[in-house]
Design a protein around this ligand. Structure first.
Ligand code: UDX
Length: 437
């Protein structure tokens, strides 16, 4: 099928490459010339395992190209809108500027029978409004909403083999045609019996925010238990294991620590709250404000623990920060708890040296005032305390005996509860976990 993908960020670049890999003919379009030039040369503008290989092979097949010219979308039958919906400045709501601009730019290039497919995460009601816009122009094109559930770090795999497909389509013949077009695009996933939910626009839009709200709530739930564990002497990691054995609860997303971040969970729960308030139902998701507060308190807790753990005043104390990205296998520092902790410690006057396998460049662009090192050894040398805030395997694999020879004081704050506490203590470290005695 001939496809255009409007917006070549984390979502669009992966989607365009994966769709071409699946055999479709794809043009990826973005207004960012630097990004488009890089992608066209087979260079990914961000770190995503597996993407360089898929991008290179798709480009070599001749089925994938990139352009900054929206007119190039004209030959395609299906147009995916994969632009960002960041948090609006000074508000909790989502900023729909890019979605609106993408659809408006697309309008003059649509032909009868074309399908515009929204993939961006949007406030419920957006699809109906955009469908009206497409209808008003009288192109004979229609709209579907097909939310994306990919996780950074597993984006290619999640796109090629999703755990479910959701199509929000209009009623009647247009809806049937949209389902047929989407089924053709996702033929391999359909053949693999991937669960498919065909529904209306509002449900499709809500599925995405509800999923992210649930995941955020699950993390904040265990982090709330972590706070209780801290005042009662319990161990939240054992608690998570024990409740996780209940299949109704499940152990995944019950890792207590410095909390969630990234380009999705934080802004999506805030946008959901804002949209529910607009709809007069703020109370229904008021708990998400608590989910957000618990999450942000965990960052503060790591900072406070570090201040307490240092055997000297924080001012000018050398603190090694292990991790900057919001999670391992990503260079994404958007709303990253790790970067936030580093910045807060620096703000208190600590002499912070931070390292990360992938996220230094992005961190430096946002926070040039921080000091960075690409070497774990250099980062640890002379530190009065070590703070682990992203559970990269490189950090988990650090030999505590070796690390103890480098630091000034063997004190570690494990902000992800990822290290073997007994092993670190045996090597002479004072170990602090979150929600653990
Ligand atoms: C998320 C959703 O998982 C995905 O379905 C959606 O499409 C986009 O948003 P992503 O942002 O890539 O994906 O990250 P995810 O793996 O969900 O992790 C989010 C944050 O939660 C990370 O900061 C992670 O460290 C944190 N987390 C996750 C925890 O603190 N504890 C856990 O148990 C799990």
């Amino acid at each position: 099928m001939r496809i255009s993908v409007i917006g070549c960020g984390y979502l669009g670049a992966v989607h365009a490459s994966a769709m071409a890999e699946l055999g479709h003919e794809v043009v990826g379009i973005d207004v960012d010339e630097v990004k488009i030039a890089a992608l066209g040369e087979g260079r990914t503008p961000f770190f995503e395992p597996g993407l360089p290989e898929v991008l290179t092979s798709a480009l070599a097949s001749g089925r994938l190209r990139f352009s900054t010219d929206i007119a190039e979308a004209a030959g395609a039958e299906v147009h995916f809108v994969a632009v960002g919906t960041p948090q609006k400045k000074g508000s909790n709501a989502a900023d729909l500027t890019y979605v609106d601009a993408a659809v408006e730019a697309l309008l003059p290039h649509l032909n009868a029978g074309d399908l515009v497919v929204g993939k961006s995460t949007v406030p419920v009601g957006t699809a109906a409004r955009l469908a009206g816009l497409i209808e008003d122009v009288g192109t004979g094109a229609s709209l579907a909403w097909n939310p994306e559930f990919l996780r950074e770090g597993f984006a290619v795999q999640d796109t090629i083999s999703p755990d479910r497909l959701v199509y929000g389509v209009p009623a009647g013949a247009a809806g049937e045609r949209a389902v047929a077009q989407l089924n053709e695009i996702y033929a391999s996933a359909i053949a693999a019996d991937t669960p498919l939910v065909v529904t209306d626009f509002a449900t499709a839009e809500l599925v995405k925010v509800a999923a992210n709200a649930f995941l955020a709530t699950k993390i904040s739930f265990i982090n709330a238990m972590s706070e209780i564990a801290e005042v009662s002497g319990a161990d939240v990691t054992q608690l998570a294991d024990a409740i996780g054995y209940d299949a109704r609860i499940g152990r995944r997303f019950l890792n207590a620590g410095v909390g969630f971040g990234g380009g999705c969970l934080p802004k999506d729960i805030r946008a959901f709250t804002a949209r529910a308030e607009e709809l007069g139902r703020g109370e229904s998701v008021a708990f998400l404000k608590e989910v957000d507060s618990i999450n942000l308190r965990r960052r503060q807790r790591v900072v406070d623990l570090t201040v307490t753990a240092l055997n000297r005043p924080i001012f000018n104390a050398k603190v090694a920060v292990l991790g900057l990205s919001f999670k391992p296998h990503s260079d994404d520092v958007r709303d990253s708890p790790a970067l936030d902790v580093a910045v807060q410690l620096r703000g208190l006057g600590a002499d912070v040296l931070a390292t990360d396998p992938q996220a230094i460049e992005n961190s430096r662009a946002r926070h040039p005032q921080l000091s960075y090192s690409t070497e774990i050894e250099e980062t640890l040398r002379g530190a009065g305390a070590v703070v682990l805030v992203t559970e990269w395997p490189e950090f988990r694999d650090i030999d505590p005996a070796w690390a103890a020879t480098l630091v000034e004081t063997p004190t570690i704050i494990d902000g992800r509860n990822t290290l073997d506490a007994a092993k670190w203590r045996a090597a002479g470290w004072t170990y602090y976990g979150l929600g653990r005695p």
